[in-house]
Design a protein around this ligand. Structure first.
Ligand code: ATP
Length: 352
């Protein structure tokens, strides 16, 4: 299991800098998700790792060996892209064994390997079927089996589940993750779906405008976002703009009892974030703001309570307090200090 190392990778297309100085250390055997909004450079980065694009600058190494200029076909990487591009005239088994037979593996041996892989992706019963006779999820599993046929050192997937419906997509995320863990293969998945990244990944790389905003475990990314972009892109967050005052944060007429990081000086504009499930209704607790209920969305296990406060709108996700609420009710909302993230205010970096 070889680790993959990217150093100062850049890719320019004319004036467009698609990938900007990306350095990453990806542990061998781990599943890494490249996550970010459309156009942030995920696919370009994956294609450079695959050897399908040359970086404009920087280097890529696998297990300590520089592979920056190694052609794609010499990398022994398995790939699954958005369109699986299976061979419609071949049956399932032949789709999986195709690359092996082309590479000179004897037919019987290639067929045995295909059988093994189809077993792994639970498609043995479909070996003789034509591709046109399969569902979307089954086709996706054929594509995965085909990519794994040559025992790749690294497994690369670009939005592999984008064609599947929501339910199948969730099932496939779990299946693919279990398969990856069983094989222990170093894997990179490109996705713009945070739920997919959180479900599958050991580590998530959040990207925006060609750059890495944060890399960490799903839990670290969610609970300790390093900037407002990450807090906004992963999960939901309420944002308020304030200013550092007397070592605390002033929001409108309120002085919040929180200690911002030491590098913020008085007068600095800040943006604070709090997750909807971390704010609480009721007249107790720290940092109370009066608020008016504007909407209640009860989805069973959680009620999303939309509020208007003197410093702006916010949402509280309420999972246990069953206090009856009506639009127009005036309530107190508490913002616990430990749940408040304080970021420098860089408005252009916050996702729309
Ligand atoms: P999506 O989720 O929409 O696929 P992405 O995060 O994968 O987006 P990329 O496809 O890597 O983004 O594109 C990054 C940027 O580089 C975009 O601005 C895109 O328009 C640009 N780009 C990508 N490929 C090319 C190319 N071959 N020529 C010119 N510009 C390109």
């Amino acid at each position: 299991m070889s680790g993959l190392s990217l150093k100062y990778i850049r890719k320019n297309y004319g004036d467009v800098r698609a990938v900007d100085n990306v350095s990453l250390e990806l542990q061998g055997g781990a599943l890494t998700a490249l996550l970010g909004p459309s156009g942030c450079g995920k696919t370009t980065l994956l294609r450079m790792i695959a050897g399908l694009e040359d970086p404009s600058a920087g280097s890529i190494s696998l297990g300590g060996r520089d592979i920056t200029r190694l052609p794609a076909h010499k990398r022994k990487f398995g790939m699954v892209f958005q369109s699986f591009a299976l061979f419609p005239h071949l049956n399932v088994s032949d789709n999986v064994s195709y690359a092996l037979t082309i590479a000179g593996t004897p037919r019987g041996q290639a067929a045995a390997r295909a059988h093994e892989l189809l077993d792994l992706v639970q498609l043995s019963a479909f070996a003789e079927r034509r591709i046109g006779e399969l569902s979307g999820g089954q086709r996706q599993r054929v594509a995965i089996a085909r990519a794994l046929a040559q025992e790749p050192d690294v497994f690369l997937l670009d939005e592999p589940m984008s064609a599947l419906d929501a339910k199948l997509r969730e099932d496939m995320q779990v299946e693919l993750r279990q398969l990856q863990q069983r094989l222990g293969i170093t894997t990179i998945v490109v996705t713009h779906d945070q739920h997919e990244a959180m479900t599958m990944a050991d580590q998530i790389v959040v990207m925006s405008q060609g750059r890495v905003e944060q890399m960490g475990t799903p839990q670290a990314i969610y609970h300790q976002p390093e900037n407002a972009f990450v807090a906004d892109f992963i999960g939901k967050a309420n944002f308020f703009d304030g200013v550092i005052a007397a070592g605390q944060v002033r929001l409108g007429d309120h002085l919040l009892q929180i200690t911002p990081p030491a590098n913020f000086i008085d007068g600095s504009p800040v943006r604070i974030a709090i997750r909807p499930e971390k704010a609480a209704l009721g007249g107790q607790g720290a940092n109370l703001l009066p608020a008016k209920v504007t909407f209640v969305r009860d989805v069973g296990p959680v009620r999303d309570i939309h509020l208007e406060t003197s410093v702006g709108p916010m949402i509280v996700a309420d999972s246990d307090n069953r206090q009856p609420l009506r639009i127009g009710d005036v309530v107190q909302v508490s913002l616990p200090a430990a749940a408040i993230h304080v970021f420098p205010r860089l408005q252009d970096k916050v996702a729309a």
